[in-house]
Write a protein that binds this ligand. Structure first.
Ligand code: FE2
Ligand code: FE2
Length: 295
């Protein structure tokens, strides 16, 4: 009945109606784009204030080359797993009891088996949550806070891992284990070896790595195809919170003001991001001229 009513209208009326609906959609789309640009800008404000330098244009030029897309996604995939592993290590070393430490190992095992030993079909849909409640060690006062923040972070990183892998598989990109860049190693070299300074510095490093990932997602997104643009923009919110969580925890566990340590890692991070690098990775610096592909 209603279809008959529509079809019996003069065509010009239907066209007028569709035209005005089209305008409404266009206005709504413009509105939502504007809102999401504003949200992105708000999310990035503290990140850009925290980092000393922006990603060099030379790195973006390299990252957007179609020949580098599989490499970038593979390294991004590994970065997601390493982010989960770092958080798991912190929980196992500082916060949880023996049984909980074992439960954490078991949680990440299928992801590590796939990434390092190519075991499994890459379907992790049933393995994103931790089945056991973690118990904190009684002598660590920040244990519960560390558990709450890090468990959520691991869950999100594993979800991102699955998302990147799905994108790679849908594009026919075979997964291959590749070596890590100098970046995280370069940061961790400056972590003090005595406690509680070691924990504070590790958390500060975590804040920088998360902040840089977030900044790079935002820098890359507009240069990528619509699917990756949407995906990288969607990652900004959780990565922005991860940076804040690490920084808050670093100040919480330290008796001293952490500004000096933050300043030190800021300058180390800035050098790693701006100084010439030997291989392209998600967190690499711009490539040495001699390593650039001949056009
Ligand atoms: Fe992530
Ligand atoms: Fe993250």
């Amino acid at each position: 009945m209603s279809n008959h009513f529509i079809y019996s209208r003069p065509l010009s009326n239907v066209a007028l109606c569709l035209h005005s609906m089209g305008d409404t959609f266009k206005i709504a789309a413009r509105y939502f784009t504007k809102v999401s640009v504003l949200n992105t800008a708000t999310l990035l404000e503290p990140i850009n204030a925290f980092l000393a330098v922006s990603t060099p244009v030379a790195w973006i030029d390299e990252a957007v080359k179609s020949d580098n897309l599989a490499l970038m996604l593979t390294d991004h995939l590994m970065c997601e797993l390493k982010a989960a592993q770092t958080a798991m290590l912190l929980l196992r070393r500082y916060a949880v009891d023996k049984d909980s430490a074992q439960a954490l190992l078991e949680w990440l095992k299928p992801f590590e088996d796939f990434a390092y030993r190519k075991v499994g079909d890459g379907d992790f849909s049933g393995q994103l949550s931790l089945s056991k409640k973690l118990i904190s060690r009684s002598h660590f006062v920040h244990g519960d806070e560390l558990i709450d923040k890090m468990v959520l972070l691991i869950k999100e990183e594993l979800h991102h891992f699955g998302q990147v892998l799905t994108i790679m598989q849908s594009r026919g990109m075979a997964y291959d284990n590749i070596g890590a860049s100098r970046y995280a190693r370069g940061m961790m070299q400056h972590v003090r070896t005595h406690e509680p300074a070691k924990l504070t510095d590790t958390l500060i490093c975590g804040a920088f790595i998360e902040a840089r990932s977030c900044e790079r997602f935002a820098m890359l997104a507009p240069h990528l195809d619509p699917e990756l643009d949407k995906f990288y923009t969607s990652l900004l919110r959780s990565e922005a919170r991860h940076f804040q969580d690490y920084l808050t925890l670093a100040q919480r566990v330290s008796k001293d003001d952490i500004s000096e340590r933050v300043a030190l890692f800021r300058s180390v991070e800035s050098a790693l991001i701006t100084e010439p690098d030997t291989e392209f990775r998600f967190h690499s610096g711009p490539l040495n001229a001699s390593n650039c592909a001949v056009a």
